[in-house]
Every structure is written in structure tokens, then in C-alpha cells.
Design a protein around this ligand. Structure first.
Ligand code: MRU
Length: 387
């Protein structure tokens, strides 16, 4: 079966799916320089914490492959790589995967430099080390997501004693699937794994205002995968939870993360915090799915997370395809429609922070982390080397 791919990469060539055109049109842009990657990330043609990091890392690999670095020595080549990565770091501030990937790639390039080698050889060794490390990030992300899917499904199965006769319904927010990662997805990966084990009754996805990652991307991906799913607006979640009491509709909320800090506070798409409060009120488990590359042990609590604020037009206007009289979509045209008085003041934070006390489990590729008796998440279990 065909799979959805946000990123198509082979050495020297990077194609990125333009997610602004989804779900109506599948168009890949060639991204060959750091500037093109910066623009692709900033304009949200690619989005989702892991996918952003991968596009930045791989675009620079392509740029280097095409001979953009005119430096001659190993040291100069490292300085070039560092300056390009520092430039890319500013494309979007909240997701930590990008800066974690950048720190790792800088370290790899630095460690590969060998003063004993003649300059052209030293340069070649540094460039090769960079490229191989960027390519490893891509492969590792897919592997991580598959593991997150199985750990998350196993944790939920155990919590609810779910079985094919007693499957579980799950609500998710924003987009965390193949389109936000190298494939499979994080929170959506857990839903995919539950579904493949016949443990999923139904998936609910929120529209995710204002940018509609839920309706444009997650709903599309769920339909594409044939997973039983229903789209709701963000404001319908409370009503859905209330039904849960009577009809066992929702067993868990599963979301992704852009940054999980040392105490477990988690930045994710705006609206996540509200869902966590609702989940707690209704006795529903709240699960964060994130690779360890989304964990930031340098920041103590959510108060230290920089939240990106985006432009007013994302609230006051909407882009859609034109619907023909027969209900079909005209993929050749999009329309930008004003949905508010254009002079109104707007506050548009892209993310919010869910306090750790509202989170039941943080599922990583190395297993599910839960709080100890002291109410604290202990990331030593999954990140002993970084603790
Ligand atoms: O602003 P976006 O579309 O990049 O935000 C994406 C999200 O917030 C995702 O939920 C998050 O990055 C998790 S990605 C697996």
C-alpha cells in the first residue's frame, strides 16, 4: 500500500511535500539549500517537530553535496556547517528537535575533523561525517516512531485491559503522523499500532484551530489509512468527554510534543492544555508521545519554553479549496476567505504548555515514563546518558 511521506530523500536530493496544499493536492518542492529549508519550515509547508529537524539537517546535506562550501580546511568547513545550522535554528523556536539535531550534527562534524590530514581530505571527511549523521537521523526517526507506537499501544492496553473484544477509543490533537515525522508518527503512531492490533475502537481528531492541522492533515491521514475516525472541532471535546461517562466513548487522549522539559511540562500545539484539563476532569488518561529527541533536559519547567506567536491572518482568514456545485473539490483553485473583521487585534500563540501533573505518561521510543511516588517524571530511565 502507498504510504504518506512528508520527506523524500536520496543523497543529493530532498523533496518536501507542500502541506499547505493538502488535502487537495500532492505537490513536492525540491529543497536544496539552507535558505530554501528555512523558508519551507517558517512558512509551514513542512511542520511537526521531528519533520522540521529532518528537513533542516537534510537540506544542508544536499547543499554540501552540491559543493556550496568553498572552504578548504577541516576547521573552515566546520565553521561553515555551524553557521548554516545556526541560521536554520531560528526558523521556528518552540520545537526542541531542531536544536537537538543541530547540536548533534555540530558535534559529529567537530569530532570528524582530523588535523593530521591534508586540507582537502580533512574537508571531505568532515562533509561525509555530516551527511551520514543527517541520514542516520532520518532512519532513526522512523525506527523511533515504530517503537513509540508499540510502547504506547502496550501501555494503553494494560491500563484499560483492552482487547479486540474491548477496544479503546482515543482522541488526538494536531498532527503527529507520517506528515509530521519521517513516517508512522508519534501519537498517531500509537493510534496506528492500536488499530493494527485490533485494539482501537475509534479515533477522534480535533480540527486544531487556528491552523487546522487536525482537519487538513490528521483527518486526511486517518482516512488514507482506513482507520475508523471522526473529526470534531476543538470546542466539541468537552461534550465528547461528557458522553464518555455514559458510553465509554473516549479511553485516552494521545498527543505529540514539541518540547518536553525536565519536570515533564510539555509544549505542544495550542489547545493541548485545554484537552489535558478536560481529560483530568473526566478521568481520561492523558498521554504524550514523543521521541527522546523532543526532550529538553536543560530547561527546568514550562516557564522556560519560548512560545512562538504567529501572524493575525491565521485567525482572521482561512484558506480552502473551492467546492463545486456537485460537492467535489476543485483542486486547481484555492480561496483565501476573511472570517473576521480584518482590523481586530489578535493573539495567536502556536503552542501552549501542559503542566506535568496533568500528564499520565510520556511515551518515548525507549518506553513509557510515568511519575514516581513524588509526582515527578524520571527521565533517567530513558535518557541515562544525558541525565
Ligand atoms: O505548528 P506545527 O504544525 O509545526 O505544530 C505541530 C505540532 O504541534 C505537533 O503536535 C507536534 O509537533 C508533535 S509532532 C510529532
Amino acid at each position: 500500500m502507498a504510504t504518506l511521506e512528508a520527506i523524500k530523500y536520496s543523497r543529493g536530493k530532498l523533496l518536501v511535500l507542500d502541506q499547505l496544499r493538502l488535502p487537495h493536492e500532492h505537490h513536492y518542492d525540491e529543497v536544496s539549500t539552507a535558505e530554501q529549508a528555512f523558508d519551507c519550515i517558517r512558512s509551514m509547508r513542512v511542520r511537526g517537530a521531528p519533520a522540521i529537524a529532518l528537513v533542516a539537517a537534510l537540506a544542508l546535506a544536499v547543499e554540501l553535496h552540491n559543493g556550496a562550501c568553498y572552504k578548504t580546511t577541516g576547521d573552515e568547513t566546520i565553521d561553515y556547517i555551524k553557521s548554516r545550522l545556526d541560521y536554520l535554528k531560528d526558523s521556528r523556536p518552540t520545537a526542541v528537535d531542531l536544536s537537538n539535531a543541530i547540536d548533534l550534527l555540530k558535534a559529529v562534524a567537530r569530532d570528524a575533523n582530523d588535523d593530521a590530514l591534508p586540507p582537502p581530505k580533512a574537508k571531505e571527511v568532515v562533509l561525509n561525517a555530516y551527511t551520514e549523521a543527517a541520514e542516520r537521523l532520518l532512519a532513526k526517526d522512523l525506527e523511533n516512531n515504530r517503537s513509540i507506537g508499540s510502547h504506547g499501544a502496550a501501555w494503553l492496553q494494560q491500563q484499560y485491559n483492552a482487547s479486540p473484544n474491548r477496544p479503546l477509543s482515543v482522541l488526538t490533537h494536531c498532527n503527529t503522523g507520517s506528515l509530521a515525522t519521517s513516517g508512522h508518527g508519534t501519537a498517531l503512531g500509537i493510534i496506528r499500532s492500536l488499530h493494527s492490533q485490533q485494539l482501537l475502537k475509534h479515533a477522534y481528531c480535533t480540527e486544531t484551530r487556528p491552523y487546522n492541522q487536525g482537519s487538513r492533515l490528521t483527518a486526511f491521514e486517518l482516512v488514507f489509512e482506513g482507520i475508523p475516525a471522526t473529526l470534531v472541532t476543538d470546542s466539541m471535546a468537552a461534550a465528547l468527554f461528557a458522553l464518555h461517562r455514559e458510553r465509554m466513548n473516549i479511553g485516552a487522549v494521545v498527543v505529540g510534543a514539541d518540547r518536553v522539559v525536565r519536570n515533564g511540562d510539555t509544549a505542544n500545539k495550542i489547545g493541548t492544555y485545554a484537552l489535558a484539563v478536560l481529560a483530568r476532569h473526566h478521568g481520561v488518561k492523558f498521554v504524550v508521545a514523543a521521541p527522546t529527541t523532543s526532550i529538553d533536559l536543560e530547561t527546568e519547567s514550562g516557564a522556560g519554553i519560548k512560545i512562538e506567536e504567529r501572524k493575525a491572518e491565521e485567525l482572521t482568514q482561512i484558506t480552502g479549496a473551492v467546492v463545486n456545485a456537485d460537492g467535489s473539490v476543485d483542486t486547481s483553485r484555492t480561496a483565501r476567505v476573511a472570517i473576521a473583521d480584518q482590523r481586530i487585534g489578535v493573539w495567536n500563540p502556536a503552542f501552549d504548555v501542559t503542566p506535568h501533573d496533568l500528564i499520565d505518561a510520556i511515551v518515548t521510543e525507549r518506553g513509557a515514563v510515568v511519575k514516581g511516588g513524588d509526582g515527578k517524571f524520571d527521565f533517567k530511565q530513558v535518557l541515562p546518558e544525558r541525565w
